[in-house]
Ligand binder design. Structure first.
Ligand SMILES: NC(=O)c1ccc[n+]([C@@H]2O[C@H](COP(=O)([O-])OP(=O)(O)OC[C@H]3O[C@@H](n4cnc5c(N)ncnc54)[C@H](OP(=O)(O)O)[C@@H]3O)[C@@H](O)[C@H]2O)c1
Length: 378
């Protein structure tokens, strides 16, 4: 008989949040959902509350008491920052899945760690912007972060299998996105419709655009640096268009350990939820015979400047990674509103890094300030 675990989900109405709830639905004997939050997706949140009956639920953009349906009055509804704080730190939970998109995830992660909760981390921006603060707190509380991002879950799984043997290098795989085979001129003029067509993964809009520009891989280099305490020059990006090898590690004897699986986030979400065990996820293993072959390529940094900018930001230290992230978030939003061309996203990030070089990131307040300023650079 499995122990019933209480789980709070921050960002339950998003792509990761819904897939985590799918696993909770499959395993009612293992998981009890105690809190759910979203930004503004009221109707979806109401449906989730009706099905999973959490103690608390909230919308960061606010909810009026008169909007709460009669049959959901058993649940405590919260608004604004208080919703995130309550779900992360006040409502009873053994684990908190942070699947919010953007820097908004940072406070949720810090609150959950401060309260001594096990954090399952999908939100990469918390580590990108506040990596040193988050990992210090996790260490202090004796609650190592459990990665949900598929590449980082793969590396984590390989490290578990490696036992005491350290990794010399990380191989961070990337599908290459929808523009991998396009020439540079065509990429610069790509439309939101084209950038939102990811070849392998079905994800939220922001991360899908980031996959097309490879900013997602830049963010993931930063995430890996903090999760695995690995310098950026020992994190190698490998383009792997089939998205079957989710990442790997290299040992000093020349051996490589990698994790394979279908491109389906329920596997890494399930691994974080059930660690150190494994959960039945409903995802079949890849059929190697029908796959036939797997291919690997060097990333093209001339076509995708995000990787170069990400590495430069890590080397610069201070708030450079926060600036990289904030300027990119603002530029992606402008691109989705069709205000700027695709090629302008990287240009804006580069300008923000030049202009705001040297900002510090010693506290959460410094990070918010660097984030705010990075979004203003046009
Ligand atoms: N999707 C994937 O396959 C995948 C894979 C690896 C890593 N990740 C990472 O996981 C995180 C979530 O990605 P996603 O694709 O699931 O995103 P998504 O589908 O856009 O969902 C984001 C969730 O966060 C909520 N949210 C958005 N802005 C917020 C804010 N300012 N404050 C509080 N809540 C907010 C959204 O609520 P509303 O619905 O109300 O807007 C929604 O519940 C990202 O950091 C992403 O990089 C995702």
């Amino acid at each position: 008989m499995n122990e019933l675990k209480k789980i709070a989900i921050l960002g339950s109405t998003g792509s990761i949040g819904k897939q985590a709830l799918d696993l909770c639905r499959r395993h009612p004997d293992r998981y009890r959902v105690t809190a759910l939050t979203a930004r503004a997706s009221k109707e979806t949140l109401f449906e989730q509350v009706r099905e999973f009956r959490p103690e608390a639920a909230g919308l960061t953009e606010g909810i009026r008491p008169e909007d709460i349906p009669e049959d959901l009055r058993f649940c405590r509804f919260l608004s604004g920052k208080e919703a995130l704080h309550a779900a992360a730190a006040e409502v009873e939970a053994d684990m908190v899945l942070v699947s919010i998109v953007g820097i908004a995830g940072l406070s949720g992660v810090m609150d959950a760690l401060e309260a001594g909760r096990q954090v399952l981390l999908a939100n990469k921006e918390a580590l990108v912007t506040g990596g040193h603060l988050v990992t210090d707190l996790a260490r202090k509380k004796g609650k190592p972060l459990l990665p949900v991002d598929s590449e980082h879950s793969a590396i984590f799984q390989c490290l578990q299998a490696a036992g005491p043997n350290p990794a010399e290098r990380i191989l961070l795989t990337a599908s290459g996105g929808p523009f991998r085979t396009w020439d540079r001129e065509r990429i610069l003029k790509a439309t939101p419709e084209e950038a939102l067509k990811h070849p392998n993964w079905n994800m939220g809009a922001k991360i899908t655009i980031d996959s097309a520009s490879m900013f997602n891989k830049g963010l993931e280099i930063m995430e890996a640096r903090w999760l695995f305490d690995m310098p950026e020059d020992r994190i190698q990006v490998v383009i792997h268009p089939e998205s079957i090898v989710h990442s790997g590690i290299v040992f000093r004897d020349g051996a490589v350990l990698a994790q394979l699986g279908q491109p389906d986030m329920r596997v890494p979400i399930g691994y974080a939820m059930s660690f150190p065990e494994r959960l039945e996820t409903g995802v079949p293993a890849p059929d190697l015979f029908s796959l036939g072959k797997l291919t690997f390529e060097q990333p093209d940094e001339a076509k995708f400047p995000a990787l170069r900018l990400a590495r430069a930001s890590l080397r610069a230290g201070g708030a450079a990674c926060t600036v990289f992230n904030g300027a990119n978030e603002a530029a992606v939003a402008a691109f989705l509103r069709k205000e700027i061309p695709f090629g302008e996203i990287a240009c804006r990030v580069e300008r923000a890094l030049e202009k705001l070089a040297g900002l510090k990131a010693d506290s959460i307040e410094d990070i918010w300030e660097a984030d705010r300023r990075s979004r203003l650079v046009g």
